[in-house]
Ligand binder design. Structure first.
Ligand code: ADP
Ligand code: ZN
Length: 436
């Protein structure tokens, strides 16, 4: 049973009590590492935290801190206690390494089992895990959780799309875990193989995460496959997936607050923001042994959703991640997040499944251009229809962004794709590639 009712629906005051107790234990554990040992050697940081909000007097931990302390500066146990290393995928620079003890791995598995159970996965399901196995946490993280739940797990990893579809069909998989960008790309192989995922497969649930995606992308995947799609959030520094997850209500992600203490801060000033305001998510681990992290700046932008979730869980919900604080594009002085472009395009039914953003400098002005795939129907249509669609896309983007991009419509499945997280932003202004 992975419906931990007592914990998941705990009274908020009791939950705060549990968090405070775990927080102090976690700080004590963290001090065993070289990094926090040094940081907390000053007495002002050394006292017991008496109220959760007092955590805000402790400085943040950043990705740079992790990099500078590479490889063992954050390790809080003897190396002989460590059984696993994972690494961030290095989307935004050199990777960081994260260590786990046997009980860290066990707790992580329990959290994933909780997430899967929440959305209705049971022992009789067949789970095809299409996330990368290896240093990336998506594959192994879900693998151990699914096995705890007693679900037959197919550790297929990403790529080799025709074989994926063969397995899905032959093994009658009911649940998948997949990158949203790959779910869209995989669909084109269904068409090629003349397999209809709605008619010929037994799928009912997909977990998507690991990269920013809009509500419109979720809806598109739900529609194409005829399944329920749940948003899964995590980062390797905390464990990996299993930090926050959507429940059956699909309205925000419950942060598992018995294991992580979330705060939302203003990314510029570092001030903790009042509930409901959008800012950067900061997380503190409450139960990790090998590598506790205190006030870790995720750089992911979100907000706490107000009100109680109808599912009865009391753990606070965060809104879907709208991007990273360092994702923001400034186009001739206007701030734009790539996800705004995605949600605008994907709300247009004639638009296909992939897009790419490019920014150039031309006569000292920033030039934003978007390449976007059209769907198969439009591709078979007339030139007049294409022109109309292009005008519609430009107008919708202008309204959403406040700048007018140039839009180039391209054939279905013609834009470049990668096996890992999608790279959809190419910023050529300082000769550098950016990424989403
Ligand atoms: P990297 O930071 O190198 O990509 P990770 O593989 O640990 O390393 O990825 C974690 C990051 O992936 C998160 O900080 C977040 O930016 C992104 N991410 C994970 N899950 C989601 C999600 N459900 N929605 C949006 N972004 C997500
Ligand atoms: Zn809920």
């Amino acid at each position: 049973m992975y419906w931990e009712k007592d914990v998941e629906t705990m009274d908020r005051a009791d939950l705060a009590g549990l968090q405070l107790q775990r927080l102090n234990a976690s700080l004590t554990q963290a001090k065993r590492s070289a990094f926090y040992g040094k940081r907390f050697s000053s007495t002002s940081y050394n006292d017991e935290i008496l109220e959760l909000r007092d955590l805000s007097r402790i400085p943040f931990t950043t990705k740079d801190d992790l990099r500078n302390a590479f490889p063992y500066g954050f390790l809080s146990v003897d190396l002989q206690e460590v059984i696993r290393l994972h690494s961030s995928s290095g989307t935004t620079g050199n990777p960081t390494v994260v260590f786990h003890t046997a009980s860290d791995i066990d707790r992580w598995g329990n959290l994933i089992a909780r997430c899967m159970y929440t959305t209705g996965v049971r022992k009789h399901d067949v789970f095809q895990n299409m996330m990368g196995y290896g240093l990336f946490t998506g594959g192994l993280g879900f693998h151990y959780g699914a096995e705890k739940l007693g679900v037959m797990t197919i550790p297929i990893g990403p790529g080799n799309s025709k074989r994926q579809i063969w397995f899905l069909k032959q093994l009658k998989a009911t649940v998948i875990h997949i990158l949203p960008s790959y779910a869209l790309r995989l669909y084109s192989f269904f068409e090629e193989l003349e397999v209809d995922p709605k008619r010929d497969l037994h799928l009912r649930i997909a977990f998507i995460g690991a990269e920013p995606h809009s509500e419109e992308i979720r809806k598109k995947i739900e529609l194409l496959y005829g399944i329920k799609v749940y948003n899964s959030y995590g980062l390797s520094e905390m464990c990996g997936p299993g930090v926050a997850f959507e429940c059956e209500c699909q309205d925000g992600l419950h942060v598992w607050e018995d294991h992580f203490y979330p705060e939302i801060i203003d990314p510029d000033t570092g001030e903790v923001l009042p509930d409901g305001e959008r800012g950067e998510l900061v997380l503190t681990t409450l139960s990790r042994e090998a590598m506790p992290l205190v006030r870790y700046r995720t750089r992911d932008l979100t907000r706490f959703l107000p009100g109680k979730c109808p599912c009865g869980r009391t753990h606070r919900r965060i809104d879907r991640i709208t991007g990273r604080s360092d994702d923001m594009l400034i186009i001739n002085g206007v701030n734009i997040f790539p996800i705004q472009i995605e949600k605008t395009l994907m709300a247009i039914p004639e638009i296909g499944r992939n897009y790419l953003i490019e920014i150039h400098k031309e006569s000292f002005m920033d030039k934003l251009s978007v390449k976007v795939e059209i769907n198969e129907e439009v591709f078979q249509g007339t030139l007049a229809e294409l022109e109309k669609l292009q005008g519609k896309a430009v107008a919708a983007l202008r309204t959403e962004l406040g700048v007018t991009p140039s839009v180039k419509l391209v054939e279905p499945s013609s834009l470049p794709v990668s096996e890992g997280k999608a790279q959809r932003v190419y910023d050529y202004r300082d000769g550098e590639k950016g990424s989403l």
